[in-house]
Design a protein around this ligand. Structure first.
Ligand SMILES: [Zn+2]
Length: 447
């Protein structure tokens, strides 16, 4: 029975809060803390969201805070859901707060680049937090993608040793122990600092759950006052805009710059990437308020929609799209395949359905994208192959976790989600994914 949860700090990630629970509660092992907090032992603590909570923990937390508030102010939800269509945004908030839905089912979460795939921190915030609270904690604002500078102190963020992916982690890594680099390196270019402030403002602004104003329309009207839109309002110079944005942000050392197809698909209402919106907005000097609190009339929205349907003068160039999307698809497919993309860390089968969902692609689109299709084909596997791979994965986890004590087929079944009736198909495939000793050990347990 859990009786105590510490207070959550301003802008603290829920993961960080749970890490502090682990430290404060005196739970001796990560495993004990995990089973206090999470519904299933095989759940990973979610770094960016909440995860599936255990009933006692849930009722304790609900006495302290509303779940919707926690999602909005203590997870990375605003980064992913701010610009998605209104109905999807409302559903996402509901499912995340009340169904413990895996966020990957609610909106697109592209894999992170190599700078953003570890938790980041500001040495001066760490110092202040230690003075004020007696301990450091993981701040949400520092984890925004492409965020390199603390918007409060103006110094570069440090990358910690803690992975920001939901990997097969099963441990709590408190900021207090992983924020030792206190060297302060101030940003010398004021534009870099202004960009981090812009990101922070867009991220922190209250989210709207009433007005249905598509971000594509907001963008259209914002662009109409810039040289990137013809006077007729018909054609946007998207190619020129992309090249200018890429040059500009590469100069600022921002690792992920918006691609042409990302920008086009934002205008077409097919994608809603936070960093793409922020890069266009910052580059074009559009006040952040125009994005976070747009004030278009119903007539303006309708007009934009009409133009939108007529806008076939500049159709998406699928060859460029294929080129742009291939590296993203490679990361997405790899993370589904190796389990990084799932909150339980379980390796999944890379299906067309999953790929279409993650990349917001229309059905059958892969057929016209040869580079992407080739990557997809490389990751394709049969169901029995996937089951075999999951069993090997579960075996390795249990072996490490049980530390020499016996475990059974039921443990493997729970973790892998594979049913016994399928074993005759699976056993011959095990050797594709494990050495012969492991295969023999597994067969001994499951056969
Ligand atoms: Zn700071």
């Amino acid at each position: 029975m859990i009786s105590y949860m510490p207070e959550i700090y301003p802008d603290e990630l829920i993961f960080s809060w749970f890490c502090r629970y682990y430290v404060h509660s005196g739970c001796i092992t990560h495993k004990a803390a995990l089973s206090d907090i999470l519904f299933k032992r095989c759940n990973n603590p979610s770094i960016e969201f909440i995860g599936h909570l255990q009933a006692d923990m849930l009722s304790l937390i609900q006495k302290m805070y509303s779940l919707e508030d926690l999602v909005l102010h203590h997870t990375m939800f605003p980064q992913y859901a701010r610009f998605i269509p209104l109905e999807q945004r409302k559903q996402a908030l509901y499912h995340m707060a009340y169904d413990f839905c895996d966020a990957h089912h609610l909106f697109s979460i592209l894999p992170k680049n190599e700078t953003d795939n570890a938790l980041k921190y500001c040495p001066l915030c760490v110092k202040e937090d230690r003075q004020k609270y007696g301990e450091a904690y993981w701040h949400r604002i520092h984890q925004i993608r492409n965020m390199q500078i603390c918007h409060k102190h103006g110094c570069y963020l440090h990358r910690s040793a803690v992975s920001a992916k939901s990997e097969q982690l099963f441990v709590f890594l408190p900021a207090q122990q992983y924020t030792d680099n206190i060297s302060v390196n101030m940003a010398s270019n004021p534009i870099e600092f202004n960009y981090s402030e812009y990101l922070a403002n867009v991220f922190n602004a209250p989210m709207d759950f009433e007005k249905d104003i598509p971000i594509g329309a907001v963008m259209y009207y914002a662009m109409s006052k810039t040289p990137y839109m013809k006077k007729s309002g018909r054609t946007k110079y998207t190619k020129q805009l992309t090249e200018d944005i890429q040059t500009y942000f590469k100069h600022l050392n921002i690792p992920d710059t918006a691609s042409m197809s990302q920008i086009q698909r934002l205008f077409l209402g097919e994608r809603f990437d936070f960093s793409v919106v922020c890069q266009i907005g910052f580059y074009l000097n559009i006040p952040d308020n125009q994005f976070v609190n747009p004030s278009l009339t119903a007539k303006q929205i309708r007009q934009e929609k009409d133009i939108h349907y007529m806008r076939d003068k500049e159709p998406v160039d699928w060859t460029v799209f294929d080129e742009d999307t291939a590296p993203i698809l490679e990361r997405v497919a790899r993370e589904i395949y190796d389990g990084t993309a799932s909150e339980t860390g379980r390796p999944e089968r890379v299906s067309e359905k999953l790929i279409y969902r993650e990349l917001d692609l229309p059905k059958h689109r892969l057929e016209n994208l040869p580079k992407c299709k080739a990557i997809f084909d490389r990751y394709t596997e049969t169901y029995p192959e996937n089951w075999a791979r999951r069993i090997v994965w579960a075996y390795n986890i249990l072996k490490a976790e049980k530390n020499g004590t016996t475990f059974y087929w039921s443990d493997i079944r729970h973790l892998s989600g594979v049913k016994k009736e399928r074993l005759d198909l699976i056993i011959p495939l095990l050797s594709k994914f494990a050495d012969s000793k492991t295969v023999n050990d597994i067969i001994e347990i499951i056969a």
